[in-house]
Design a protein around this ligand. Structure first.
Ligand SMILES: [Zn+2]
Ligand SMILES: [Zn+2]
Length: 807
């Protein structure tokens, strides 16, 4: 795939095995027919429709050469892509850019019906290829250590691609599978950017708003080959999992996986696993010697505690200045004065200040009242002087948590309450990350895309507290070894690369997200609130994006998680700060207070009942996850982003939500298998495929059987709550629940219209679209009607009060 850039590694070699001839635009639809099948059948049944020895060459002809021919609407000579490597024939995609250029100018000059036929055919072909690649060539988003035959439960679209030949093909032809994904993405981009018709705009978006017009999603799947390549390049396995979950597409990961792992802190990551890094990211966070150049000495300085308390008590912001004579000067920023002009942007230069955002591991962390060493303060001063475009930053005062938050408890709480205000009023937020200080950012030395990859793989973006700081900031400056780069510069570069197909980084532009689409949406929402001075509260989807943004963050003090959430959602942190206790108990108590505030002020997103565990062990809120930092994939958070969610409210017995569902009439005897089919209409035309979705690595048959048994022993028939309201054939998350007694009912409502339930486990539900499977199950059902589970559909007005196991 040498039309993509690489950094420290050689390109992966892709064998050329297709017949070397010329491929015509209509070959894509003809080739399967010549082999006695259709593209649709191939998507449903997989490569095993063909004799084993013919599979690889056929698929390269079909999904690579014929796909390029149909999308470009011209004949493609396979030898144009041929290169020799150690005597073997390999695929060289270097010429694809010039082919694209020729074809986009041709398509711009053509008009009329012929062009429409071409578009329609190309869109159909891309969609058919994508379905095949997703089902049969993409690795599941699971732990690398999971054996392939056990990979099903965590991914929504497995059962077809699983088992026998599907897995075999993926494992034996990993390079080939990856090349189909990357060429598909490349052709998608050609349609979207160069020909300006996107095959993706009209297709139903899986789980709606994730894309929100910002990106076209992860539509061509995942590749374990790239994740293993990162491990070979020295990356920590946990970081590999995080990055592959956060990266926009295969092409970008192809580029990122060519970077050597070389963090500032030299720690041994060889024993880390997918789910856990064995190294403490805060090891020695108060030690500064690693970064110390000794300049100016290492004596510690701190502002007067008494003066600090006075300023904060008066409701103002304490600011620091470190002058050339090594004096640390404390001044104040009066909120009252600047607020009455209304707009913050009119603040004069002398009133502007910089808020510092750091990862707490560069010797800048809390110092227990000892202050920060002079060498560190000098480093901050030097960093502020590093922006060639904005030299006035060098004279600005700054705010940093480790010096500006006093230790006295009540004042400390007040200072914490003000932090959102501080970051959103700051002229800019300066990011200090020791990993970035290793790299120059001068555009003549380092590409801006590389600079962004350094930001995204550094420690700053993995910390919990840097999330609100990044969301609230009006501008962000990152310190590199030689200069600062601002988010405004990086974004404008990102847009250039995205919209310019001739840019060398164009096909990996998604590696240039400084903020994930979710964080980008949160920033836009926050921006709307501050600029219009409204107090609009977050809606369910905004909270969904917050949940997604928190997944891969971590913090040294886990009990502070809810303070961070409350700050972003603009909820008063005081009830949380007032909780007592320590450790897990304090953490759970704070989460309970946070949920109550969210229920009162904003409303709890009803989709939260579908989130994976572990759950809070408390009655009434045992449906709620104990933490939002659970390293989950986007699929798990999908119910939060569903459109048409109805309002929910908290009751003492659980969360009241409205969702469609299925009431099950379970078969007698043995529990259903982990994957089973049920009819939901009397004529057996509509079948649902239901599959157990585990919460934790290692759960399986035993946990499913136990959940099924409990569900069937309730005070009513077991049910599955569905998370979507629309008709669709995508996999959807559901919740298997046990019916509880109806001894109390909602005031003013008849006793029967609310189902009181206990959530047992998550399941994937999908409408079965394979007519052969439907026919087989219908036949079987008729023969054994007494021993089959069936279901009754419940509509979207069904009310549920959901709780979980509360111990
Ligand atoms: Zn590690
Ligand atoms: Zn020092």
């Amino acid at each position: 795939m040498n039309h993509l850039p690489q950094k420290d590694a050689e390109h992966i070699i892709f064998p050329l095995i297709a017949r070397q001839r010329t491929y015509a635009p209509d070959d894509f639809f003809r080739l399967p027919v010549l082999h006695g099948c259709s593209g649709v059948q191939l998507s449903q049944k997989g490569p095993s429709l063909l004799p084993l020895h013919e599979q690889p060459a056929f698929l390269q002809e079909w999904l690579f050469f014929a796909l390029i021919a149909v999308v470009l609407n011209r004949e493609i000579d396979a030898t144009l892509f041929r290169q020799y490597r150690d005597g073997a024939e390999v695929v060289d995609t270097g010429s694809i850019r010039s082919l694209f250029d020729e074809c986009s100018s041709a398509s711009l000059s053509s008009v009329g019906g012929r062009d429409w036929n071409h578009r329609t055919r190309a869109i159909l072909a891309l969609e058919e290829a994508r379905k095949f690649v997703l089902t049969w060539c993409s690795d599941r988003y699971v732990y690398l250590s999971t054996p392939p035959e056990h990979s099903e439960s965590e991914s929504p679209t497995p059962s077809r691609g699983e088992g026998g030949s599907g897995v075999q093909f993926r494992l034996q032809h990993r390079e080939l599978c990856l090349s189909f994904g990357i060429i598909g993405e490349t052709l998608d981009r050609l349609c979207a950017r160069q020909m300006e018709w996107s095959p993706l705009t009209d297709s139903p978006e899986p789980y709606g708003s994730w894309e929100d017009h910002i990106t076209d999603g992860r539509s061509w799947g995942f590749s374990n080959l790239l994740r293993e390549r990162m491990i070979d390049m020295g990356w920590c396995r946990h970081e590999v999992r995080r990055i592959s979950a956060m990266t926009g597409d295969l092409s970008s990961l192809y580029y990122i996986s060519s970077f050597a792992f070389d963090p500032a802190t030299k720690q041994d990551h060889s024993r880390c696993v997918d789910d856990r890094c064995v190294q403490d990211p805060w090891a020695g966070f108060s030690v500064h010697s690693d970064n110390c150049d000794g300049a100016g000495g290492c004596d510690r300085l701190l502002p007067s505690e008494e003066e600090l308390i006075r300023i904060i008590d008066a409701g103002d912001i304490p600011l620091l200045l470190f002058d050339g004579d090594a004096n640390l000067i404390l001044t104040e920023y009066r909120l009252g004065e600047s607020a009455d002009g209304g707009s913050i942007s009119t603040v004069g230069i002398e009133e502007r200040f910089v808020a510092i955002s750091h990862a707490w591991s560069d010797g800048l962390g809390p110092s227990d009242g000892q202050g920060l060493p002079i060498c560190r303060l000098a480093q901050i001063r030097n960093a502020l002087r590093k922006d060639p475009d904005e030299p006035e930053l060098g004279d600005m005062r700054f705010w940093i948590d480790s010096l500006c938050i006093p230790r006295q408890q009540n004042i400390r709480n007040k200072a914490i309450q003000m932090m959102g205000d501080i970051y959103s009023r700051a002229h800019t937020v300066l990011v200090l990350d020791s990993n970035l200080r290793l790299t120059p950012a001068d555009p003549s030395v380092t590409s801006q895309l590389e600079a962004i990859i350094r930001i995204n793989t550094g420690s700053w973006c993995t910390r919990m507290w840097t999330l609100p700081e990044g969301i609230e900031a009006r501008n962000v400056h990152f310190e590199f070894s030689d200069r600062l780069l601002s988010i405004k510069q990086l974004r404008s570069h990102y847009k250039d690369v995205k919209h310019n197909p001739r840019h060398p980084d164009h096909h990996v532009y998604k590696a240039g997200w400084v903020f994930s689409p979710s964080i980008f949406i949160l920033r836009r929402w926050m921006d709307g609130m501050t600029s219009q001075a409204t107090t609009a509260t977050a809606d369910s989807k905004t909270i969904g994006h917050l949940w997604l943004s928190m997944q891969w963050r971590q913090t040294a003090r886990r009990e502070d998680e809810t303070l961070c959430l409350a700050r972003i959602l603009d909820l008063d942190p005081l009830p949380i700060l007032n909780c007592e206790g320590a450790g897990d108990e304090l953490k759970d108590e704070r989460m309970a207070r946070f949920l109550e505030s969210m229920d009162e002020r904003i409303g709890i997103p009803p989709g939260m009942v579908f989130l994976p565990g572990p759950k809070l062990p408390m009655r009434g809120i045992a449906w709620a996850p104990r933490s939002w930092m659970t390293r989950r994939s986007r699929d798990a958070g999908a119910p939060l982003l569903v459109t048409d969610q109805r309002p929910s409210f908290l009751t003492s017995r659980g969360l009241l939500v409205q969702y469609p569902g299925v009431q099950l009439h379970p078969r007698r005897g043995a529990p259903e298998a982990r994957c089973f089919w049920i009819p939901t209409a009397s004529k057996l035309r509509s079948w649902l495929r239901i599959r157990y979705a585990r919460d934790v690595h290692g759960q399986g048959e035993v946990e499913w059987a136990a959940a099924w048994k409990t569900a069937c022993s309730g005070d009513g028939l077991p049910c599955i709550i569905r998370s979507r309201f629309d008709d669709h054939d995508e996999p959807e998350i559901g919740l298997l629940v046990q019916r509880m007694g109806r001894e109390s009912s909602m005031p003013g409502r008849s006793r029967s219209d609310v189902f009181w339930v206990k959530a047992l486990c998550r399941v994937w539900i999908q409408v079965e679209t394979d007519s052969a499977v439907v026919a087989a199950h219908s036949e079987n059902f008729r023969l054994h009607v007494g021993s089959k589970t069936w279901g009754e559909a419940l509509d979207g007005d069904q009310r549920w009060v959901v709780d979980g196991e509360h111990g």
